[in-house]
Design a binder for this molecule. Structure first.
Ligand code: NAD
Length: 296
């Protein structure tokens, strides 16, 4: 594999493009929004600068990385020579099923179509194409250049050869791939989201406050970040929608989102991205300030 096209240049897309370009792949970053592409190139530049100042990358390697990276708003030309497409567009079923049908029509026959989805069925996306054996989940974690894991998700029809290729490719990016099967939440979110939901339920029932819950999990379980802070980082709307995917997929009430989470999402308190969740980020987020409604 040599030519990689990344679809969607938001939080994840820019990190995925960064990692491929840094590791020698000719990388095209595509978005429907030119402003998002411009922002992604600035972000990648800043992140490469940080690596140079830390001494983990040379100035020459930075220049070479940027030289392997190009942007596009035209899907047909962006995937015309692609060996692999990694789709990291907005997490909506309608957007992704349409994209997979379009990618299938435009990409060369040998091209593997991967998705970075957090929760949408790989098997469902594969069914929008005529190449379901070549559709696979490649679930990077945020921030992509830093986080080691790639959860490689085999759809119902994904071939062994394609799975092996993506496992090997992930290693070439310096990542540790883990192979899992395509069931709701895969492994990562199936385990993480119930923990976050239970932390919110614990707060909702008044068992303990925001700081106390996060401190128990940080100091007691050696988690680098408490579950409520992590939920703010992921986005409370994202957590809410993944819990619905788990609930719909398994039909088990234990996955139903806590009413407090639902209320916060309805009120627009989505965590870091909206400036407020369990913590208040309006002061820049450098220090952890519990949101005023949770101050005892
Ligand atoms: N943010 C995270 O922490 C995280 C972690 C793991 C996986 N994911 C998954 O990665 C994917 C992207 O998430 P994100 O947080 O980067 O989203 P984001 O909102 O930051 O970026 C999405 C980008 O996709 C673009 N887009 C929308 N429709 C498109 C289309 N048809 N063609 C091309 N581009 C299109 C948007 O313009 C936007 O720039 C989602 O599937 C999400 O579930 C996110």
């Amino acid at each position: 594999m040599r030519n990689i096209t990344v679809i969607g240049s938001g939080t994840m897309g820019n990190g995925i493009a960064h990692v491929f370009a840094q590791n020698g792949f000719i990388t095209t970053l595509l978005d429907i929004n030119q402003a998002a592409l411009d922002k992604a190139i600035v972000t990648i530049g800043k992140n490469l600068d940080r690596q140079v100042s830390k001494g983990t990358l040379t100035e020459t390697e930075k220049t070479e990385t940027l030289g392997r990276l190009s942007t596009s708003t035209d899907l047909k030309t962006a995937v015309a020579n692609a060996d692999l497409v990694v789709e990291a567009a907005t997490e909506q079923v309608a957007i992704k099923t349409q994209l997979f049908a379009d990618l299938d029509a435009a990409a060369p026959a040998h091209c593997v179509l991967a998705t970075n989805t957090s929760s949408i069925s790989i098997t469902l996306l594969a069914a929008s194409t005529k190449r379901p054996a070549q559709v696979i989940g490649m679930h990077f974690m945020n921030p992509v250049p830093v986080m080691k894991l790639v959860e490689v998700i085999r759809g119902y029809a994904t071939s062994q050869a394609v799975t092996d290729t993506i496992m090997d490719l992930s290693k070439m990016l310096g990542k540790t791939p883990v192979e899992v099967n395509d069931y709701p939440g895969f492994v990562s979110n199936r385990i993480l989201m119930p923990m976050i939901n239970e932390a919110i339920q614990t707060l909702f029932e008044g068992v303990a406050g925001v700081t106390e819950i996060d401190t128990v999990m940080k100091l007691g379980m050696a988690h680098p970040m408490g579950p409520l802070q992590l939920a703010d980082f992921i986005g409370l709307d994202v957590c809410h929608s993944i819990l619905h995917v788990l609930h719909d997929g398994f039909g088990n009430p234990k996955y139903y989102p806590c009413p407090l989470l639902t209320n916060m999402v309805r009120a627009g308190h989505k965590g870091v991205k909206s400036g407020k969740g369990f913590y208040d980020y309006s002061h820049g987020g450098k220090e952890l300030i519990v949101a005023n409604e949770f101050v005892k």
